[in-house]
Design a protein. Structure first.
Length: 280
């Protein structure tokens, strides 16, 4: 299936597709440079340097890297455990690169899963993520509540034999809204998150609270509402016996009465989508 409006993407979305593609290009470039002994901190720095070299000066959040059982968030209990560590990559080890650059005022938030050499478990996880991408799009178009869709993703994971690892994220989110960010000459960040982006998310949360919706897509009551029009960074994350895999990309939700235009993935020319197509 191709992305709705892919050949004539509205001008307001082109910048978001541009930065999302830039982020995935960074992920592929850094993944190609990973080798035994590289640490998570080094991999995160490689992402920052690659993107800064191409004009990125602000972030929704700074890059993350997770290796080995940290791809499944094994033992994660507090937010500080998400930040890169001195864990070093070994042959056959799975990894996830996660970055959220802001470029020319547009935000992307992506997740890229891979392994250093062959890892059949993660390969299977990645293959099974395709069904989650299809389920999420279908049910958003049906205007089911975000909470119901989350529960259906959970049920699909159970049927596949996997654990839900996005529940380990703050508020257990599977997605969050992204938007334009006001450009500043100096763009500070706090605890790894860009101040301007956090201000925008907080403003969305306040506005949504007044109108009965949330910019966070979670399993909790505050997400018990239909999908709100806007851009959502969606990241279903599967775990199995110390191995994790996910994708993260932007889902566009509109108020169109046409089902295909009411929701669509911003871009289908992404590494995981190409991978699924090649495997068929």
């Amino acid at each position: 299936m191709t992305t709705a409006l892919s050949s004539e993407l509205p001008a307001g979305l082109r910048g978001f597709r541009k930065v999302q593609r830039l982020a995935y290009e960074c992920a592929e470039a850094v993944a190609a440079r990973l080798e035994p002994g590289v640490s998570e901190r080094q991999a995160a720095r490689m992402q920052r340097e690659w993107l800064r070299g191409r004009g990125v000066r602000d972030w929704f959040h700074l890059p993350f890297a997770w290796f080995g059982d940290r791809t499944a968030f094994t033992g994660f209990r507090v937010p500080l455990q998400f930040f890169p560590t001195d864990r070093r990559l070994e042959p056959g080890m799975p990894f996830i690169l996660d970055m959220a650059p802001v470029y020319e005022g547009c935000t992307a938030d992506i997740g890229y899963s891979g392994s250093l050499g062959v890892n059949p478990v993660q390969d299977r996880l990645m293959a099974d993520l395709e069904a989650h991408r299809e389920l999420i799009l279908r049910e958003v178009r049906e205007r089911r509540s975000l909470r119901e869709i989350y529960e259906d993703v959970d049920r699909l994971m159970v049927r596949q034999g996997y654990a839900n690892r996005h529940r380990a994220y703050p508020f257990g989110v599977i997605a969050h809204k992204v938007d334009r960010v006001r450009q500043r000459r100096w763009s500070p960040h706090v605890f790894g998150f860009g101040v301007q982006s956090l201000k925008g998310l907080a403003a969305d949360a306040l506005h949504g609270h007044r109108e009965g919706w949330s910019p966070l897509w979670s399993p909790y009551r505050f997400s018990d509402h239909p999908p709100q029009p806007g851009l959502w960074a969606v990241e279903p994350h599967l775990g199995f016996r110390g191995t994790g895999a996910k994708f993260e990309e932007i889902l566009v939700v509109t108020d169109s009465a046409d089902p295909e235009q009411s929701a669509f993935w911003l871009d289908d020319d992404l590494p995981h989508v190409r991978r699924w197509a090649e495997e068929k």
